[in-house]
Ligand binder design. Structure first.
Ligand code: HSE
Length: 306
């Protein structure tokens, strides 16, 4: 097989209190990634439709770094050209970089018959994340590889559990980060009371997924004592919009992954109203791109053509 085209979805990491261990795949938006093998030993990355000046040198690109990791681990000497058809906004907490890394590793696994397990693919793809956030967190790439809701059970070695995610309506306000990453500002000293609440909220999320309870999910999802205080403070109007969205009947509202996008879960008949509130609330924010109505999805990376 010489050419493959894959679709890789946006993912929303952390899912409230599950910092670096929870993520969920979304039906929209997504990017398409095309891999063509060739007889050179060179790896080349290019973007189609990129208006965001994403780096294409292998060491600075998340997919590029993941390919270098694969080449190193499997001692490959395979030339290839990777074209990323960009539809998603990068640097907005939508797991777009992880989506590209996941698709490239998934596609090469298929094309080169590498027989990698999902955990191995996730472990290799996550190494690419160092190019964007400085840390090889596995949550986004895991949700891209597997779809649905993922729980990173273990980091050393990587072990990820996928749960079938009920189809929850989601409103996504896409906002780019105002700085490259906020991870470095997060302190992990949250104290005993908040730690207990955080653990309880993680447990409630898993229970809500098993019982398909969107109200319980949304309520548990709406508080995070680790990343939200730092990242929420960096998003103008975040607290106000969140309060407004919850008072208007959304079941939950939270920052998506590393931010600054904001994600709300609601009922299907309330989705237009919630979307309008988020659109209006963030309209004055210079980093605001758009509001998208989407849903959680059990589909991860998909092969579109081969
Ligand atoms: N868990 C990661 C973080 C996700 O919170 O930094 C980044 O999308």
């Amino acid at each position: 097989m010489k050419r493959i085209v894959l679709r890789s979805p946006a993912t929303s990491a952390n899912v409230g209190p599950g910092y670096d261990i929870f993520a969920m795949a979304l039906a929209d938006p997504y990017d398409e990634i095309e891999i063509s093998l060739n007889d050179t030993k060179e790896v080349n990355i290019e973007f189609v439709n990129d208006t965001q000046a994403i780096p294409t040198s292998l060491e600075d690109n998340v997919a590029g770094l993941a390919v270098l990791e694969l080449i190193k681990r499997k001692r490959l000497e395979q030339g290839m050209s990777i074209r990323i058809h960009k539809q998603m906004t990068s640097g907005a907490g939508l797991g777009t970089t992880g989506a590209s890394a996941a698709a490239v590793i998934y596609g090469l696994n298929k094309m080169l018959n590498l027989h990698l397990t999902p955990n191995e693919m996730i472990d290799i793809a996550r190494m690419g994340e160092v190019a964007s956030g400085g840390s090889p967190h596995a949550d986004n790439v895991a949700a891209s590889v597997l779809g649905g809701f993922v729980l990173v059970k273990n980091y050393k070695p990587i072990d990820v559990l996928k749960l079938e995610m009920p189809e929850f309506p989601v409103v996504l306000a896409i906002l780019k980060k105002s700085q490259r990453t906020t991870r470095g500002f997060i302190t992990y000293e949250i104290g005993q009371e908040k730690l207990k609440e955080q653990m309880a909220r993680c447990s409630r999320i898993i229970h809500a997924i098993h019982t398909h309870d969107i109200e319980e999910f949304g309520d548990a999802f709406s508080v995070d004592h680790i990343a939200e205080p730092v990242r929420g403070a960096a998003i103008p109007e975040y607290a106000e919009v969140k309060n407004h969205v919850i008072s208007a009947g959304a079941f939950g509202c939270q920052i998506s992954g590393g931010g600054s996008s904001v994600v709300a879960v609601c009922s299907p008949d309330n989705i237009d109203f919630i979307a309008a509130i988020m659109e209006k609330g963030f309209a004055g924010n210079p980093n605001f791109i758009q509001v998208i109505k989407t849903k959680t999805s059990n589909i991860g990376v998909q092969i579109i053509s081969e």
